[in-house]
Design a protein around this ligand. Sequence first.
Ligand code: ADP
Ligand code: ADP
Length: 229
Amino acid sequence: IWFEGICKTYKQGDNETCALSGVSANIETGDTVALCGPSGSGKSTLLNICGLLDNDYHGELYLDGQRVAQDTMTTTLLRREKLGFIFQNYNLIPVMTAYENVEYPLLLNNVSSKERSRMTRHILDAVGIADQAHKRPNQLSGGQQQRVAIARALVKYPRLVIADEPTANLDTQTANLVIDLMRSLGKEMQTTFLVATHDDRMTSHCDRIIRLQDGLLIDEINGGFQQCA
Ligand code: ADP
Ligand code: ADP
């Protein structure tokens, strides 16, 4: 993913808030990148733009070698085809089993039932949750729910996964497991991860840290092992 000169202004009546004022970065395929910065620095705004959830910005965004056109038709299709999402609160569908939650993105993409079954089983196995597949989210621990959510985000082999504080609610042991899973599956599937996080357990394992302050990208640290308070 590559973005150049991204500017975003929120307008409310006569008030204008400049949330991003010219942010650029080139993120290598398969890298896990932490997006850090204090509250209000523009992290959610940038996640929404890179997650193709917000088309109302200036600047250029490239995904998988292609310029992303800023119309809803294009972004909806691209989002379905190439993106996965992971949230702080897992956001699993409560009436569906773990298996059904993971299979769901494939249903939306019209994958045949035989392929759906193969792909769903494969990814549930990869995140180590195959034996819990029949359970509903409220029968699973937080760590197990987040592993199901990772499986759901990765089941269709997305090019980019957008994650918002994915380890915030997890104890250290579980957080480390989740981070290892994201990293190893990302490398294996050549999926890029863009992760908004305050969690040092996360940032210390990322390939790269992008830091925002007041809508500007203030510095970048390559190679990880940097704290990001
Ligand atoms: P972060 O995720 O780092 O906390 P945000 O991207 O949410 O930062 O916010 C960046 C700036 O944009 C802040 O000043 C925030 O108040 C403002 N902002 C965010 N969303 C809206 C909105 N929907 N309407 C108006 N201002 C907004
Ligand atoms: P973890 O170490 O991954 O956080 P827990 O120790 O919380 O896991 O859970 C251990 C087992 O208890 C798991 O098999 C899980 O399915 C089950 N379990 C956890 N929370 C609940 C719950 N609220 N209702 C039913 N079963 C649960």
